[in-house]
Design a protein around this ligand. Structure first.
Ligand code: FES
Length: 148
């Protein structure tokens, strides 16, 4: 089977046999559950690492629902990503306290060092820069977080 590379340079999981098996298993276990779409998308995000446009189309086709319904959920919740994240997530808070406390300067330094903008991943897949809203650590502003 030919492997499809998306326009963004990563392998389409619905065309890669091992990942497609995971996707099909998730769909088979949850398709008939009440609220199954959310469960399916959560599991796809956790197991595959993202929910690409082709995955959204695949889910919509399998569940026989409009793609707009799937995309509406994926685009609403910041938990979901449509492209693979890096092995490390460098997250900057853009809440008011952090913004005033210097978050833009930290982000600019990260951009200079890593050569990527927020929302992007380094070409080697090591780091993704993300922005977030206040996570309650305002007294320590500016807030950033690095996770694996
Ligand atoms: S504004 Fe950044 S943690 Fe609250």
């Amino acid at each position: 089977m030919a492997v499809s590379i998306t326009g963004q340079g990563f392998i389409d999981p619905t065309q890669e046999p091992m990942q497609k098996e995971i996707i099909d298993d998730i769909l088979a276990r949850n398709a008939t559950l009440p609220g199954g779409l959310m469960v399916i998308l959560n599991e796809l995000q956790n197991e595959i690492g993202y929910v690409s446009a082709t995955m959204q189309q695949y889910v919509a086709t399998k569940l026989r629902i409009p793609i707009s319904k799937v995309h509406g959920v994926v685009s609403f919740y910041s938990f979901f990503t449509t492209t693979p994240r890096g092995r490390h997530i460098l997250k900057f808070c853009m809440g008011t306290a952090c913004y005033v406390g210097g978050a833009p300067q930290l982000i600019e330094k990260a951009r200079q060092v890593l050569g990527i903008d927020p929302g992007e991943t380094t070409p080697d897949g090591a780091v993704t820069i993300e922005l977030c809203r206040c996570d309650g650590a305002c007294s320590q502003a500016p807030g950033s977080d690095c996770r694996r």
